[in-house]
Design a binder for this molecule. Structure first.
Ligand SMILES: Cc1cc2nc3c(=O)[nH]c(=O)nc-3n(C[C@H](O)[C@H](O)[C@H](O)COP(=O)(O)OP(=O)(O)OC[C@H]3O[C@@H](n4cnc5c(N)ncnc54)[C@H](O)[C@@H]3O)c2cc1C
Length: 841
């Protein structure tokens, strides 16, 4: 063997040892020892070029020096700390509070580049208590039965009085209120299940019930209220005697809610006949859900104390208060009309409304803590209400579309047989699976005490976006049936309402561009927040010690992620250890790979772009997408486990994981293509895609299998869409479509007989009912079979029918200009005709 080849082999051995130490995250001391022995062996037995060996020993000497902590702190860390302090973007209190809100859960593992799967797989499957299940099967079903979406959205522009009474009586508004105050005290998982069922029936009802059970007076009181405030308000909120709303948004402050101009000035005044120190409030809010009928207004305002009546500060910042809407100076009651989804929503203004100090939630000592309270509560709440609404809507749309495309025929074939339609159906089913999985597993983490703010943002953004995609596809495969509104339309209102979910609780573009990665990068990163905290510590010695510890932890972590990303990409993640075997193990392995790739991409972009990354939203949005894809793919795998790994559902799991991981790859590619420093981008590309982009999207065959699952009455279809209101009864299209699907399935052999008879020339008509008549006449069908097919045809015709109206039924006002004009024309014509007739005579 030539000297050069031996040298090359030894060099490869040294690189392999270094790569393995980094891949396995071996600590600095052990790594130094192992590297030292390897170098020694090379120097003694290897073949080397003198300079090369010297170079290796010099590098090794550098590594050894890092083990001398005092030297390292003084010579390396101290100058770096100085630099870090100088460039560290200053964080406002509101930003800091937002960053620190909630807990870090599975998201932290994905950010680590080396997820510990046992943290996810060991979590038990979520379950409903007997009481929660009884509420779903009882009052929730009954409420669904009472809801008539057309009456609510078109005729009344509100829910009818008996529905309101039922909701209050059965404490739908009190699902999160503890029993001691008269509430139902349900878990987040149960609240989501109730809302999803309502959303499958009527968006107005789901939104109305959702709001008091999410961020609002009850939730704020439970976490921050004084005992007196809890005793005063919670029983009324539980019984429905009090109707809450929460007003944050103002005309000049939407997404930038911390910029609200609404004020509260601490001053002296008279309240209830007594002279007290209180707050004079002025506000102008809009878009507030339930405001038009609210009795208690949760209000966010900025508190000022110019006369220092409660302390020595002039300004306290955003404060949350509870204001009875009956007080003088409050304008409330007018309504907005959100996209034909007429839940109660409207503006409110307050002019010099004087309230006592104890209107502040938590009392005066919580003055200025309003923003903190909101972001803390949103950390959990965003994972429940809107994702549950999206889940209910998506499940209903998929359930309906699977059946509709099977019973609706064109070109003599059920439309689901056309590949184009099948593609849309597969997308609908796969996306519904992803929404379900994300919601179910994340709410089960909430039940275990987690308040994962980044996963909540992921769920809010992706469930509503995927829900929108499902709804779009459902509209497309239904054609005109989805478009013509009326009592027979079960899709149009959900489709109209979708942008509402996209906009509220943090509009989606902002959530994707700023929050998911922006918050994740600091919150879920194992070192960044700790480094910032250490660097901002005013005790210099402690600051240096801590900063040194985290900085070198961070460097080791980055080296390890680079090694892991490269190795896993090179081996297509085949050797990565995962907790399962079988075909799904590959998806776990790919998540491991993308976790490392994402972690190194995130670190390098933070290092090279710094604060600029906050403004490069297209880059941080893409990194957020990669993170979200990994998160959702792991939710899909866990959900499949939770459901007992039913083999029939495997195509759904594969489609979902493939789609998500393909997106992760494409978004990483887009990130690298657009990264401003091309040299750094090239280096990252080498670590992330050394073999190019090898991952592919789901195959057409997989799509066909999924479309087949939801266009037949299979167990997978039932599991995927479980929890919607599908009772087969008049007025419930979901139930009737299922009945028609089952009947179509049962009659498929008879339809086959008819088709064969047509081919044989026994049946010569193309009219569907005529075919049945001829078939019966020719003995192809028995009388019973012919009846079965006629009944099915009637059922199908009823389901594909749409509504029509007299003009006067549609407008809310008479078209006064058009109506008389028509008569005049008619009259003129008549007169003209008469004149002509007379002339002729
Ligand atoms: C039907 C409905 C019900 C509501 N209910 C309530 C309620 O009960 N209580 C309440 O307080 N509020 C409520 N809201 C208000 C809701 O939370 C706001 O609409 C939302 O915060 C967005 O504010 P905006 O509509 O003013 O849009 P804008 O803030 O003007 O945003 C417009 C667009 O710009 C994007 N954008 C803004 N800033 C950024 C950024 N930095 N980076 C990237 N993109 C950005 C947004 O994503 C959005 O796409 C409701 C709104 C609606 C429509």
């Amino acid at each position: 063997m030539s000297e050069f080849v031996l040298w090359l082999l030894w060099s490869l051995v040294i690189i392999a040892v270094g790569l393995t130490l980094a891949y396995k995250r071996v600590d600095l001391k052990a790594s130094t020892t192992i590297l030292g022995f390897t170098l020694l062996a090379y120097s003694l037995f290897g073949v080397g070029y003198g300079l090369w060996v010297l170079f290796l020993w010099l590098i090794f000497a550098g590594i050894v020096s890092l083990n001398f902590v005092d030297f390292r702190r003084e010579r390396i860390t101290a100058p770096l700390l100085k630099l870090f302090r100088a460039i560290l973007p200053s964080l406002s209190d509101t930003e800091r509070e937002a960053l620190e809100a909630g807990t870090v859960w599975w998201d932290g593992e994905l950010f680590s580049g080396c997820p510990d799967w046992s943290k996810l797989t060991s979590m038990p499957a979520p379950e409903l208590s007997d009481e929660e299940q009884a509420f779903l099967d009882g009052p929730t079903n009954e409420l669904c039965e009472m809801l008539n979406d057309w009456e609510i959205t078109h005729e009344l522009a509100d829910m009818p009085e008996p529905v309101w009474a039922y909701i209050k009586k059965h404490r739908f508004f009190a699902m999160i209120i503890p029993k001691e105050y008269g509430g139902l005290e349900f878990s987040g998982f149960a609240v989501a299940a109730v809302l999803a069922k309502l959303a499958s029936r009527c968006t107005v009802a789901a939104s109305t019930v959702g709001v008091p059970n999410s961020l609002g007076p009850a939730e704020l009181l439970l976490h921050y209220g004084t005992q007196e405030q809890k005793d005063r308000y919670l029983p009324g909120l539980a019984s429905g005697a009090e109707i809450p709303c929460f007003a944050l948004t103002a005309p000049r402050a939407g997404s930038d809610a911390s910029a609200i101009p609404d004020t509260g000035i601490v001053c002296k005044g008279t309240f209830g006949g007594k002279k007290i120190i209180g707050i004079r409030l002025n506000w102008d809010k809009r878009y507030i859900t339930l405001a038009p009928i609210a009795t208690v207004l949760g209000l966010a305002f900025k508190l000022y104390d110019p006369d220092h009546l409660i302390g020595d500060k002039d300004e306290y910042g955003i404060t949350a208060g509870l204001i009875p809407t009956s007080l003088d100076g409050i304008a409330i009651g007018r309504r907005h009309f959100p996209l034909n989804t007429p839940f109660q929503n409207g503006p409110t203004q307050g002019k010099d409304v004087f309230v006592p100090l104890d209107c502040i939630i938590g009392g005066p000592e919580r003055a200025g803590q309003g923003w903190k309270m909101l972001v803390e509560l949103l950390a959990a709440g965003r994972a429940i209400v809107l994702p549950a609404n999206a889940a209910g809507g998506a499940k209903a749309a998929t359930y309906a579309s699977g059946a509709y495309t099977r019973i609706r025929s064109q070109f003599n074939l059920p439309i689901c047989r056309f590949e184009g339609v099948g593609e849309a159906l597969a997308r609908m089913a796969g996306n519904t699976y992803i929404i379900n999985a994300g919601l179910s597993v994340t709410t089960s983490a909430l039940a275990r005490g987690e308040k994962p703010s980044v996963p909540s943002a992921i769920l809010k953004y992706h469930c509503t976006e995927l829900g929108r995609q499902v709804s779009n596809d459902a509209m497309d495969v239904h054609g005109g049936k989805g478009i013509v509104l009326g009592p027979k339309n079960y899709l149009g209102r959900t489709y109209q309402a979708l942008p509402i979910a996209i906009t509220v609780e943090g509009a989606n573009i902002l959530t994707r561009s700023l929050i998911i990665f922006g918050q994740g990068a600091i919150r879920c990163h194992p070192f960044v927040l700790k480094e910032i905290e250490a660097a901002t510590n005013s005790d210099y010695e402690q600051s240096l010690r801590d900063f040194d510890h985290y900085l070198f932890g961070h460097i080791g972590y980055a080296i390890s992620n680079a090694a892991r990303s490269f190795f896993l990409a090179l081996t297509h993640a085949r050797l990565s250890a995962v907790p399962v075997s079988g075909p799904l193990a590959r998806y776990y392995q790919h998540i491991n790979r993308y976790s490392a790739a994402f972690a190194i991409a995130a670190d390098v972009s933070m290092l090279t772009l710094g604060g600029e990354l906050k403004r490069r939203e297209s880059l941080s949005g893409r990194l957020g997408d990669v993170f979200s894809s990994m998160y959702l793919a792991s939710m899909v795998l866990k959900h499949y486990d939770n459901q007992g790994r039913p083999g029939a559902d495997q195509p759904l799991v594969e489609w979902a994981c493939r789609t998500l991981l393909y997106q992760a790859q494409e978004q990483l590619h887009g990130f690298l293509r657009n990264f401003p420093n091309r040299l750094v981008a090239a280096g990252l590309r080498l670590l992330i895609f050394p073999r190019g982009r090898m991952y592919s999207a789901p195959s057409d065959e997989l799509g066909r299998q999924i479309a087949d699952l939801i266009t037949h009455p299979t167990e997978s279809r039932a599991r995927l869409c479980a929890g919607i209101y599908s009772t087969p009864e008049p007025g419930n299209p979901l139930g009737l479509l299922q009945t028609a699907l089952e009947a179509t399935n049962e009659a498929s052999a008879l339809e086959e007989k008819l088709r064969n008879a047509v081919k044989a020339g026994v049946i010569t008509t193309s009219d569907p009912l005529g075919k049945i008549d001829m078939g019966e006449h020719a003995g192809v069908l028995t009388a019973k079979e012919a009846r079965q097919l006629r009944d099915l045809d009637a059922m199908v015709m009823e389901l594909i029918a749409v509504d029509d109206f007299d003009s006067t039924e549609l407008g809310s006002k008479t078209n006064r200009r058009a109506a008389p004009a028509k008569k005049t024309t008619k009259k003129k014509l008549t007169t003209k005709k008469k004149k002509t007739a007379r002339r002729k005579a």
